[in-house]
Design a protein around this ligand. Sequence first.
Ligand SMILES: Cc1cc2nc3c(=O)[nH]c(=O)nc-3n(C[C@H](O)[C@H](O)[C@H](O)COP(=O)(O)OP(=O)(O)OC[C@H]3O[C@@H](n4cnc5c(N)ncnc54)[C@H](O)[C@@H]3O)c2cc1C
Ligand SMILES: NC(=O)c1ccc[n+]([C@@H]2O[C@H](COP(=O)([O-])OP(=O)(O)OC[C@H]3O[C@@H](n4cnc5c(N)ncnc54)[C@H](O)[C@@H]3O)[C@@H](O)[C@H]2O)c1
Length: 492
Amino acid sequence: MTTAADSSTNASTDTYDVIVIGAGPTGENLADRTRQAGLTTVVVEAELVGGECSYWACIPSKALLRPQAALDAARAVAGSREAAGGRLDAAAVLARRDWWTGNWKDDGAVSWLDSAGIDLVRGRGRLDGPRRVVVETPDGGERVLTARHAVAVCTGTRAQLPDLPGIADDHVWTSRDATSSPEVPGRLVVVGGGVVCVEMATAWRSLGSEVTVLVRGSGLLPRWEPFVGELVADGMRAAGMDIRTGVSVTELRRASESGAITLVLSDGSELVTDEVLFATGRVPHTDHLGLETVGLTPGSWLDVDDTCLVKDVEGGWLYCAGDTNHRALLTHQGKYQGRIAGAAIAARAKGEPLDTAPWGRHSATADNVAVPQVVFTEPEAAAVGITAEQAAREGRRVKIVDYEIGNVSGAGLYADDYKGKARAVVDLDRGHLVGVTFVGPSVGEMLHSATIAVAGEVPLERLWHAVPAFPTMSEVWLRLLETYRDAPDGEG
Ligand SMILES: Cc1cc2nc3c(=O)[nH]c(=O)nc-3n(C[C@H](O)[C@H](O)[C@H](O)COP(=O)(O)OP(=O)(O)OC[C@H]3O[C@@H](n4cnc5c(N)ncnc54)[C@H](O)[C@@H]3O)c2cc1C
Ligand SMILES: NC(=O)c1ccc[n+]([C@@H]2O[C@H](COP(=O)([O-])OP(=O)(O)OC[C@H]3O[C@@H](n4cnc5c(N)ncnc54)[C@H](O)[C@@H]3O)[C@@H](O)[C@H]2O)c1
């Protein structure tokens, strides 16, 4: 076994300072940080460099959603509305989606790894005891890698399918099909109620599918402020989707001649469709990962501290960042964790002190208090921090401030009859915002201001001095502060 002096010049090296399993957005960022800190770094990738996000998740889904959003924006304003009467060109939308995924080729991402001095080993990696990774290479061989300092598991997730009669025999759509299908199904049923469900139902409806959404609970997006699911459902119904709540699939069968799928529902009725998407959550890629060789349970989410070091493994060498640690299943949080974990690995390798205090450079503190997310439906939803219900559960003394976004000039100018709502959750003991939610057309781009207010713990008195430009939708910030001040027992 050889030892690498510099990984960028020696591709056959088997011992590295850091081994990263999984080259999704998280693995790429983590590897970049350790390499920039001077540590030799290799990433092991079983499929495509760039991960789920680039080829079957964020990028293709947003590419599918953007054209209808552009059309809706034009239709929301008298004058442009008259010019925007046509339908989407589905073939052009799909072609643009394909371009954004690089036609499911990772040449661009591989060149970036090269330029960053990070080695790539293609194949499926698994742990084989402390600091040792065995890679099953595409040619059927095996390659053994050892790490001087750290192994980082960044293997992401795959779709979770419910165990239903017929589901194993009949091909059903998962998020992979919903983001990569070359054809628009005539009829599509989407099962779930979470983010993948609402986004993919919206995208395929915009391309012409007849869409039925089946939700076993009472509404969409149950982890968000309640008005979000209601307004998103209104928008989806207005776009022609059939949303049914309190119902789930109990059985399915695909007809061999027509290919149509019959779904048997929990209310006893049947529904016939061309495709069915199960958007019913995720499971971690931690089975077949050799977790048992280091005392962990195969298939489990990996529990980590704020530096992303896996708990319950001796020797402080195993890290896990991104989806697989279940802190926040979002690309930007995975990349953030990758940056923090990479810096922590480098500091530990050099014997430097770590700054793990809240908001320190080696602590992924934002995961606990300030996770932003945008749902790209029509209307969009955007939130950071906690909801009113979470605040109540945590026993915080809070004031909830609501405002109709349509009342500000910027929103009215953006869209005739703008409908949207903002909510701020103010922690009265701490004197700053701990949660903000917006729902309405194009609110996603406003979210970062809220993220700065929550992560920065900006005192409310100072927020009065953050003056929103006129006439932008951001004037909602001023209205939220005034509403807070004028409410009984307000402290504005
Ligand atoms: C339809 C959909 C839309 C989404 N949209 C958004 C969005 O708009 N914004 C957002 O923030 N998040 C979005 N997400 C979530 C986002 O995709 C994930 O949070 C993100 O991909 C996680 O990044 P990751 O690097 O942790 O894992 P992944 O992107 O899943 O990458 C993991 C990589 O590890 C590889 N791998 C797995 N096992 C092994 C192994 N044993 N050996 C070698 N390699 C292995 C995989 O092949 C993969 O390339 C979406 C998810 C879905 C399903
Ligand atoms: N724009 C974005 O940021 C974006 C977009 C897509 C996905 N994501 C992330 O990807 C992750 C996965 O999203 P998701 O929508 O797959 O999962 P999710 O956990 O958000 O939603 C899954 C939904 O399916 C329901 N469900 C589970 N099992 C079911 C069953 N057997 N029958 C009927 N319903 C069932 C659940 O009640 C839940 O509401 C999320 O954490 C999300 O944040 C983010």
